[in-house]
Design a protein around this ligand. Structure first.
Ligand code: PMP
Length: 390
């Protein structure tokens, strides 16, 4: 694992072209290092100085239901949602978590009654985010159990359906699929940001999960937030985070607040000169470029195919475009049955379809890594495609 991790670490930017051409390209993890160059160019505007006397107490705001929530972070997240128009923030409780990974666990704890005769079924339509089954079954809880593809779920019993939109891994725009009356929906909106997909309306679901990791690219801050309508559910989620980690890093919340405020500031000021793009414009342009490169490489032959993705109008950016997800759901055509192994032979590491409850004909490819590695991936894919498809 360490050797594969090192191939996509920050040092990769220092590799020579020749070294990159020989290296293993790791597009398995969704590590959002693409954003690093943007934040470097922003410079000190996002720097936060935290002195030794700060962040000493466990508590942030004892009057808030979420007592470890830094008011500055809460204000900045609300401000950004209102600016982008991707989520309704009025009448919602904001709960902060150590990544949306912790919030997902908090949601499961909050929604599953402790005295139920059977663990609650947790489902999501395949292909689903590969971490859902791992997180759900990790501790073999008596409260809940992973029950797989939501499209196959037809039991007349309580369940939780995870609706991820745009979806990881295939970028589809999703609605719930279980046709039952006893379910609770959890919307994972990690990718509902304007660099990835048109913002058509403000999402207004009962439980919505967001993460800094895929919004600004600061996965290392480990910060996510949930917008929750029901006060009792929000309180139980807070209880879970209190039990599991006694709150969430204040330092991370302060850094996140600053980063989100810097983004919002640039949209409230006149548009900057050409060399300094505003954050979502940078993200949109970069994703558009990477998708153009990928589609072009796939069109060169008949070895691979990509799904069609929906086109819509973005109310935030005032433009019409097709969803350009953080991941590509690539299919190997012809007689290639195991796409992950096939690409591995060409020194491209991806995550196979089986991890997402789907077929080995598919792999998930991250589009949000370092530029040099991505370019090398495109070069290799074009080459494979033209050689394999005479
Ligand atoms: N949900 C989805 C759909 C994701 O893709 C990810 C990150 N890969 C997460 C949740 C977890 O994000 P975090 O880094 O905030 O734990």
């Amino acid at each position: 694992l360490l050797s594969s991790l090192s191939s996509y670490s920050a040092e990769a930017t220092l590799q020579t072209d020749e070294q990159i051409q020989l290296a293993l390209i790791n597009l398995d993890h969704g590590d959002p290092t693409m954003y690093q160059s943007y934040w470097k160019q922003v410079g000190d505007k996002t720097t936060v100085v935290i002195s030794g006397w700060q962040s000493v107490s466990y508590f942030s705001d004892t009057k808030n239901l979420c007592w470890f929530l830094e008011p500055r972070f809460s204000n900045a997240a609300t401000r950004l949602h209102n600016l982008v128009g991707n989520a309704e923030t009025a009448n919602q409780h904001l709960v902060v978590g150590t990544g949306s990974t912790q919030l997902f666990q908090a949601v499961l704890y909050a929604l599953c009654p402790s005295d139920a005769p059977e663990p609650m079924s947790i489902v999501s339509a395949a292909p689903f985010y590969s971490s859902y089954p791992l997180i759900t079954d990790c501790l073999k809880s008596g409260l809940y159990k992973w029950s797989g593809d939501a499209s196959d779920f037809d039991k007349n019993e309580p369940y939780i359906e995870l609706v991820t939109s745009p979806n990881n891994p295939d970028g589809s725009i999703r609605e719930p699929v279980v046709n039952g009356s006893r379910g609770i929906l959890v919307h994972d909106l990690a990718y509902y940001w304007p660099q990835y997909t048109p913002i058509s309306s403000a999402a207004d679901h009962d439980i919505m999960l967001f993460t800094l990791s895929k919004c600004t690219g600061h996965a290392g801050l480990r910060l996510g937030w949930a917008l929750v309508k029901d006060e009792a559910i929000a309180r139980k989620m807070v209880k879970y985070i209190e039990i599991s980690s006694i709150g969430v890093s204040k330092d991370s919340q302060l850094r996140a607040a600053k980063i989100l405020d810097v983004i919002a500031d640039t949209y409230e000021q006149p548009e900057p000169s050409n060399e300094s793009k505003r954050f979502f414009d940078y993200g949109y342009d970069e994703m558009a470029k990477r998708w153009r490169q990928l589609r072009e490489a796939v069109r060169k032959g008949k070895t691979f195919s990509l799904p069609d993705l929906p086109v819509g109008t973005c109310n935030f950016a005032n433009r019409t475009f097709g969803t350009q997800p953080a991941f590509a759901w690539l299919k190997c055509e012809k007689s290639i049955d195991d796409c992950e192994s096939f690409l591995k032979k060409h020194k491209i590491l991806t995550r196979g379809g089986m991890y997402f409850g789907s077929s080995k004909k598919y792999v998930r490819i991250s589009l949000i890594g370092h530029e040099e590695e991505y370019n090398e991936f495109i070069r290799r894919l074009s080459l494979i495609n033209s050689v394999e498809s005479p």
